[in-house]
Design a protein around this ligand. Structure first.
Ligand SMILES: *Cc1c(COP(=O)(O)O)cnc(C)c1O
Length: 235
């Protein structure tokens, strides 16, 4: 490993403190925010280092990279979140590998994943619907006004367990500019929850540079890569 364990320990402690402070500032219980360590493009030994420090939730963007990294890695209690662009032809690899899929963005995606769960005989898959809150053409995610349709479709499939919404807003140097997008996602979740009568407990939002804004807006899952693992070579 090119980084000593204490580097990871320091980073993990610093991120946990930021989450804790942001939650307390917002009058929230810090235990209500799950830290997902985004390990894409980082090696297996970095994952193992964080795992040995107590981190359990990991996020990955690519199915193949996840298999290469986690097969044979001794992290029995790790919980893997799929956070990459959802491709229906990769759905069959997800049950049994990921414990949550955060990027369902269409009815078609929901149906494909449900079929994969059924074929595998796996338990219902917790899913989160990704919303393209910034309406950016290059980004995936359902349009905001389609999110309800996708969640309704997911809730009608016994193989899926819909739990909320996620977003990846436009990047701004000043994290304060992220806040309106996070507020928008929360309001959208509240509206869909009321309309469909679903629990939808989760809001997956907030990354390294703006987790405070997301926690203030109600994030229950933050997805942190850079501030835990260091910079990635590619994005
Ligand atoms: C890479 C990635 C992250 C982590 O971003 P950092 O800025 O490195 O914390 C979070 N969410 C998604 C969907 C990602 O692809």
């Amino acid at each position: 490993m090119d980084q000593p364990l204490e580097h990871f320990a320091k980073r993990l402690t610093a991120v946990r403190r930021r989450i804790e402070r942001a939650a307390l500032d917002a009058g929230r219980d810090p235990a209500g925010v799950t830290l997902v360590a985004v390990s894409k493009f980082h090696p297996a030994d970095a994952v193992k280092a964080l795992y040995d420090l107590g981190q359990r939730d990991f996020g990955e963007n690519y199915v193949q990279e996840t298999r290469d990294k986690f097969d044979g890695l001794d992290v029995p209690e790790a919980k893997l979140h799929f956070i990459g662009r959802f491709q229906t032809n990769k759905a069959k690899y997800m049950p049994g590998r990921f414990q949550m899929v955060q990027t369902i963005d269409s009815e078609r995606a929901a149906v494909a994943l449900a079929e994969a769960v059924r074929k595998k005989g796996a338990p219902p898959m917790p899913v989160i619907v990704a919303v393209n809150v910034g309406e950016e053409p290059q980004k995936s995610g359902a349009e905001a006004d389609k999110a309800q349709i996708v969640l309704r479709a997911a809730s009608a499939l016994p193989e899926l367990d819909p739990q909320g919404l996620m977003c990846l807003p436009p990047f701004f140097d000043d994290p304060a500019f992220s806040r309106p997008y996070y507020d928008r996602l929360r309001m959208l979740r509240d509206a869909i929850r009321d309309a469909l009568g679903l629990d939808l407990a989760h809001l997956s939002m907030g990354m390294s540079h703006d987790l405070e804004e997301a926690v203030a807006a109600g994030a229950t899952i933050v997805r942190i890569g850079t501030d835990l693992f260091g910079p990635r070579e590619t994005v």
